[in-house]
Design a protein around this ligand. Structure first.
Ligand SMILES: Cc1cc2nc3c(=O)[nH]c(=O)nc-3n(C[C@H](O)[C@H](O)[C@H](O)COP(=O)(O)OP(=O)(O)OC[C@H]3O[C@@H](n4cnc5c(N)ncnc54)[C@H](O)[C@@H]3O)c2cc1C
Length: 467
């Protein structure tokens, strides 16, 4: 990979733990682990080392920065050992002329952005937070505000180095390996990802040109989202599903593209250092009426006029990262995100019916993001398919399982599917009914891992793996 103009290897970022010392901890104490939604909580051992390959030996799973909401990054119940990648965070090569990058799996997106943007490159696809690892982006096959034009992250990955269940380390590439396609979106269940090579996107400037508008009803949301996708590479709607009546689902639509040299300010964008919410609020602290007011303020403050301006890519892509550990506002009881894609066309009545279903079930949707999805990609069980994606943040209470069940009944009936990286409540029968691709993926998984060594709390819950 090393070529003229290539950075290799980059400076190390944090104090490291010696692999051998940590490996000894495999028989050490267990800790409680959670994902971003703080639910469920699973007890297990987490090994951290700059030598990811060493600590994956005997681990049931590898996890990154635990930004998956539910149990995807958690070990199965039974105090199992997982490998954590964040110390394996070296940049292995970066060809500035072609934008081809190779990193260790624990390399964080935030650092990638800070390194690449001043050099005229940006990740081809980004999730709504930059506190994720590149390994986690591959395993979830993440999608962004540009799915309708760029597909998932996996479309841009050219090679993976993996440790497979029986212990060997292999390199697999785009096109030559079924395992490669099964690993994109495979939630860490097909092997431990050690290194990732991918293609960055050229950007004309490091600034974003953004346009936003108010949409006062859900019909307009669906209509304008689709229209905007024809002209804009990045689109997203922040909808209000707490408001009822004619205004239900009203939203702010954000559209963006990279600013041209003529539009962009002279300097480089300055990266912010976000404050951290230092503790969990009590679980009762966040009430529906507060969110109603918050949503109303947000919507009204924008005003009816279309707004246009140059903005920082961090503000545009990662508005929620403005406070670190913001998930703690939900308290220790936590929250879940139900993210489902319902098939196109946008004009189909299933979208309005979905909104009605949320209201009929009094779902407490505190935050909701509506996005366009383009065609399915290479990932054998990746989430997106052509249609509309609804990401709904719901605080956990006694009704959560019931609400998720009802939403999933609807998703199954309408030919949609849910995103495992956000899920904590979907039942196996629902997931099987949503995804006919599952059988083939499972077969391949069993071929590479006949003894089911690789598993997670999610794979036990949804796929029926042994604990
Ligand atoms: C605020 C917020 C916004 C988000 N927005 C989006 C979005 O817009 N689009 C989207 O697609 N997702 C989104 N996500 C989800 C998030 O991007 C993904 O879950 C991402 O994969 C998390 O990366 P991570 O490093 O934290 O991985 P973890 O959460 O630690 O792990 C996620 C999965 O990847 C597996 N994994 C991680 N590293 C490895 C490895 N080295 N080898 C094998 N398997 C591995 C884990 O086993 C687990 O199954 C968002 C999450 C948050 C918190």
């Amino acid at each position: 990979m090393s070529k003229p103009g290539t950075t290799k290897p980059a400076a190390r970022w944090q104090p490291r733990v010696v692999a051998g010392k940590r490996a000894a901890a495999a028989s050490g104490p267990t800790t409680e682990m959670t994902g971003w939604g703080s639910y469920p909580v699973v007890r297990g051992r987490e090994l951290r080392s700059e030598n990811l390959e060493a600590i994956t030996r005997g681990a049931v799973l590898t996890r990154g920065l635990a930004r998956a909401y539910g149990d995807a990054s958690l070990p199965p119940p039974g105090e199992h050992t997982v490998a954590a990648s964040p110390l394996a965070d070296r940049l292995l090569s970066f060809d500035r002329s072609t934008g081809r990058v190779r990193v260790e799996a624990g390399f964080p997106l935030m650092r990638l952005n800070r390194l690449s943007l001043p050099r005229g490159w940006f990740t081809p696809v980004t999730p709504g937070t930059h506190f994720v690892t590149v390994g986690g982006m591959v395993a979830s096959d993440i999608h962004g505000k540009n799915h309708h034009v760029a597909g998932c992250f996996g479309e841009h990955v050219t090679a993976l180095k993996m440790r497979v269940a029986e212990g060997s380390v292999i390199e697999c590439g785009d096109g030559d390996h079924e395992l490669f396609r099964a690993t994109l979106g495979g939630m860490g269940l097909t092997g431990h990802i050690l290194e990732v090579e991918f293609q960055m996107s050229r950007v004309p400037t490091p600034w974003i040109w953004e346009e936003s508008e108010q949409l006062d009803c859900f019909e307009k949301v669906l209509e304008r989202l689709e229209e905007a996708g024809r002209d804009w590479p990045f689109t997203v709607c922040w909808s209000d599903f707490l408001v009822t009546g004619e205004r239900a689902g009203r939203a702010l639509l954000n559209k963006g593209r990279w600013a041209t040299a003529e539009e962009a300010p002279a300097g480089e964008p300055k990266w912010r250092s976000a404050p951290t919410l230092p503790f969990y609020l009590p679980s009762w602290a966040l009430q529906t009426w507060m969110m109603r007011i918050g949503n109303w303020l947000n919507y009204s403050y924008h005003g009816p006029a279309v707004r246009r301006h140059i903005t920082h890519p961090e503000t545009f892509f990662y508005p929620l990262d403005v406070i670190r550990e913001w998930n703690r506002v939900y308290g220790r009881r936590g929250f879940t995100q139900h993210q489902a894609v319902l098939p196109a066309p946008h004009t189909h009545r299933r979208h309005e019916q979905y909104l009605r279903l949320l209201h009929d079930n009094r779902a407490k949707v505190f935050l909701s993001v509506v996005k366009d999805c383009g065609e399915e990609g290479k990932g054998m069980i990746s989430f997106p398919k052509r249609g509309v994606s609804y990401a709904l943040d719901i605080p956990i209470d006694n009704d959560t399982q019931k609400i998720v069940d009802r939403l999933n009944d609807f998703v199954v009936a309408e030919g949609g599917r849910i995103y495992l990286a956000k899920d904590a409540f979907t039942r196996p029968e629902h997931f099987r009914a949503m995804d006919p691709r599952l059988e083939k993926w499972n077969e391949l998984r069993r071929r590479w891992d006949p003894d089911c060594r690789l598993r997670s709390a999610l794979s036990v819950r949804v796929l029926g793996d042994p604990a």
